[in-house]
Design a protein around this ligand. Structure first.
Ligand SMILES: [Zn+2]
Length: 588
């Protein structure tokens, strides 16, 4: 894929795979290599390995492997050219002017950058409204009432969309065609192809940025009693709500530093918590968490404190989020804030009324999610058998999602105690849940690599790596077809073709052509401890293969002889047997 002399090739030579992978996976140095928890499958002990020497990665658990581009492509689900650019950017390698793309690609790119630009202009428009117009002043007063001063308004780019309904449209339509205006989600069209108008009217606007800090959408809160109270941008070519976490772009550093995230529901909560000095806060923006959001978060931390609204919808969303986070092996705690007076408190209200210090303290002491869930279950009617059954059924799925068996059974006991369960049936259900785990990924590393004999492994390693005599070695193996019939035949065949080609050999590209089982063999061999190969060693390995080939032939000849063939054939077979036996004797 990385053609010689191409930009991709240059990036690959300059890029440091450890640094790039390190942005996604926490890596620890182990000997010459680095290892960490695999981002492609769920695991508790690291089997994901990166070799700075060879500039490749491989997971001994799930078998994913390749070079720095394969890694980015797999993880970001991006195409090769995109992966090259990503790696170049991460490594500070200057990107040349983009090559000519296909017309569709070019059009899509143009559309996307136009949409981003449009959002930048909309942001400028909204912030101008809040600082300079009468209506904007009212919005500002409302925000001040909620404890947001000018400094906060500036810091979070809060703006105002006027009630006029055509103000933003008038600005944007001078530069952009109607179709694009509608596609941006900033402008709506009336029914049956009617006229255009601003989507956000008489609302306070909150810019929503993607994780690289570009504004791709807006959230907007009604100033008066207009419904809905919160209105967000629709899904557009640059925005998908399940891919974006509010405040993520500003939280990255703090997430890395503190190694945990505070997860809240809305932007007002995120802003309140961030202003309290807890910058590692992100908001899922109304909906419960989606899997891509969790993946995004897991690039920075795998520990989360969920602090959703105390109302019913919020609690249901919290429960759903707990389940999803557990599936991704997160360590989850849940903060349920106590009421303020007789009001149920969301983070925003709580911090305003009770102060930063108390919030921080509660956050620090927030219980593991199971305690939170048991507390929820205890609110159910536990006086009847039926009620208890319901409570247990509510808890069972979570118990099953705990990755660790011992923890699972501890929690099962604890639930039984807390819910005062004497019913054997319910106890049985709990202990069954403790021994099983439904959502568990069944990855059984087959030890396929071990099936290759040491000589084969050594030769494969030489073909994949040794620069000096690779070609000559490949020719020898090819000429005598020494690898035919071996377990590793396909690996040899691919490596020999690559070694005899004129281009420099890329082991990862050879791997990409192989089937799963053979790919694993190759990667596992590449990661074995090995000394520098010599030509003498290569020759002796080749001889060993020759010997094995002769043995195999001899066995075959012997079988044919025992089958008692016609005399004419028998003579030839006997001669061949003699010859093979001489060869084998000479080799000893
Ligand atoms: Zn893996």
């Amino acid at each position: 894929m990385a053609e010689a002399g191409s930009f991709a090739e240059r990036v690959k030579q300059q890029a440091d795979i450890v640094r790039v992978v390190g942005e996604y996976v926490r890596l620890k140095k182990t000997g010459k290599d680095f290892s960490g928890l695999c981002p492609f499958h769920q695991e508790k002990t690291p089997s994901f390995t990166v070799s700075p020497l060879k500039q490749i990665f491989y997971c001994f658990g799930c078998g994913k492997g390749g070079d720095v581009f394969n890694f980015v492509m797999d993880l970001e689900k991006s195409a090769f050219p995109e992966a090259v650019r990503t790696v170049a950017e991460k490594c500070g390698i200057a990107i040349p002017r983009p090559r000519e793309r296909s017309p569709e690609e070019r059009q899509e790119n143009q559309q996307r950058s136009a949409l981003v630009e449009m959002h930048r202009e909309a942001q400028a428009f909204f912030t101008k409204q809040i600082s300079g117009t009468l209506e904007g002043k009212a919005a500002r007063a409302y925000l001040e009432d909620r404890g947001l001063d000018n400094k906060a308004i500036d810091r979070f780019g809060i703006g105002y969309a006027p009630s006029d309904g055509g103000a933003l449209l008038r600005v944007l339509k001078q530069k952009y065609p109607e179709k694009l205006l509608v596609e941006s989600g900033l402008i709506s069209r009336g029914e049956q192809g009617g006229r255009l108008f601003d989507r956000f009217r008489r609302r306070i606007t909150f810019p929503i940025a993607n994780d690289s800090g570009k504004i791709v959408a807006f959230g907007a809160r009604a100033l008066g009693d207009d419904q809905p109270k919160y209105l967000n941008s629709p899904e557009t070519p640059i925005y998908s709500k399940s891919n974006v976490l509010y405040h993520m772009d500003r939280a990255k550093e703090a997430l890395r530093r503190s190694d945990f995230a505070v997860l809240v529901e809305g932007y007002m909560d995120a802003i309140a918590v961030a202003r309290a000095g807890i910058s590692n806060v992100v908001a899922s923006c109304g909906t419960s968490l989606a899997e891509p959001q969790i993946k995004l978060l897991s690039r920075f931390t795998k520990r989360v404190i969920i602090n959703y609204d105390p109302d019913n919808a919020g609690q249901l969303a919290a429960e759903r989020s707990v389940a999803l986070l557990l599936e991704q092996d997160f360590e989850v705690r849940v903060l349920a804030l106590p009421p303020v007076g007789d009001k149920k408190a969301d983070p925003d209200l709580f911090i305003r009324e009770r102060g930063v210090e108390e919030y921080t303290k509660l956050l620090k002491d927030s219980p593991p999610y199971v305690d939170y869930l048991i507390a929820r279950a205890r609110k159910m009617d536990l006086t009847t058998g039926e009620g208890k059954r319901r409570a247990v059924n509510f808890l069972l799925p979570y118990v099953q999602k705990i990755p660790n068996t011992i923890l699972r059974s501890e929690w099962a006991t604890r639930i039984a105690q807390q819910l005062h369960l004497d019913e054997p049936v319910l106890r049985a259900a709990l202990s069954k849940a403790a021994t099983q785990r439904h959502s568990e990924l069944k990855i059984q590393p087959e030890l396929v690599g071990r099936s290759a004999k040491p000589v084969e492994r050594r030769l494969i390693r030489m073909l994949a790596e040794a620069g000096g005599f690779r070609r000559e070695l490949a020719q020898r193996l090819q000429a005598a077809q020494l690898y035919h019939g071996l377990e590793t035949e396909k690996v040899f065949a691919a490596l020999i073709v690559a070694s005899l080609a004129d281009e420099p050999m890329q082991a990862t590209e050879v791997a990409a052509q192989l089937e799963e089982r053979d790919r694993r063999i190759l990667f596992e061999i590449l990661f074995e401890e090995a000394s520098e190969p010599t030509w003498e060693e290569a020759v002796s390995c080749v001889e060993a293969l020759q010997h094995r080939q002769a043995e195999r032939e001899l066995a075959e000849v012997q079988r044919s002889i025992e089958a008692n063939p016609p005399v004419t054939e028998m003579r030839g077979l006997l001669e061949k047997k003699q010859d093979l036996m001489r060869r084998l004797a000479a080799a000893r």
